[in-house]
Design a protein around this ligand. Structure first.
Ligand code: HEC
Length: 216
């Protein structure tokens, strides 16, 4: 079959336009200032040993203290007081525990989940990956991760948090949440996703992170 010159000419023009488009895009990305690239990966064995030793006790103590404080407040003041524990005391407890373990300000602690109540606890990309690992069948007992950011390595220790029976009055199926609590939660967290959990179900993680000391 004879080649149609008109048709192949148009093909060339289209090809050139596509190539110049690619060039413009790559020139643009070369010129515009890029934020430092953050990359995350599973921690190396050395990083994992270091962070587990430092952060596993902190994560364990935070989980136990939150539960103890909540149970005590609910027993003394009623279930709605528990909301205040989860809301106001989590942060101060976190700081007190980090200080008690001799940790300096480099340690950070966060609670996050695939279904959050407070949008402030929203997971970042690395946390979302950790959450996926715990949501998969046969999840590990913890997960350690390294975030590289311009030569600085932040190592993260993740401890899974399960939904205990005591959690259901605030995180369980709607029918198990007393109406006073339901109303208070709706008022404070209009975009709440942290309901409908069953006992024993994965609820989220406690993440304790530290900056890996530089090897001279
Ligand atoms: C009395 C109500 C109440 C009980 C009981 C309760 N929580 Fe919460 N929980 C809340 C509130 C309120 C928040 C939002 C806290 C905030 O503003 O950061 C929350 C937040 C969380 C978060 C942080 C992520 C998010 O969704 O924002 C986790 C994880 C969590 N709860 C786990 C638990 C677990 C596990 C239990 C049981 C041991 C429990 N909670 C019991 C009310 C409760």
């Amino acid at each position: 079959m004879k080649n149609n010159p008109d048709h192949s000419g148009r093909l060339w023009i289209r090809l050139c336009l596509q190539i110049s488009g690619l060039l413009v895009i790559s020139l643009l990305s070369a010129c515009s200032p890029q934020p430092p690239k953050t990359q995350f990966r599973a921690a190396s064995p050395e990083e994992a040993t270091w962070i587990r030793r430092l952060c596993e006790p902190i994560a364990g103590e935070l989980a136990a203290s939150l539960l103890a404080r909540m149970t005590a407040e609910i027993a003394a003041l009623g279930p709605e007081a528990g909301i205040e524990v989860c809301k106001n005391n989590a942060i101060s407890l976190t700081h007190a525990i980090a200080a008690k373990h001799g940790a300096n300000s480099v340690i950070t602690i966060k609670r996050t989940s695939h279904k959050i109540r407070n949008p402030f606890n929203n997971p970042d990309a690395a946390e979302s990956e950790a959450l996926k690992i715990f949501l998969a069948p046969s999840p590990p007992k913890d997960y350690v991760q390294a975030i590289e950011n311009g030569g600085r390595v932040e190592v993260r220790y993740y401890k899974p948090v399960l939904t205990g029976a005591a959690c259901l009055i605030c995180h369980g199926p709607e029918t198990q949440i007393p109406s006073g609590i339901s109303a208070k939660i709706r008022e404070l967290y209009p975009d709440d996703q942290a309901k409908g959990f069953r006992e024993g179900e994965f609820r989220g993680v406690i993440r304790v992170s530290a900056i890996m000391p530089q090897v001279p």
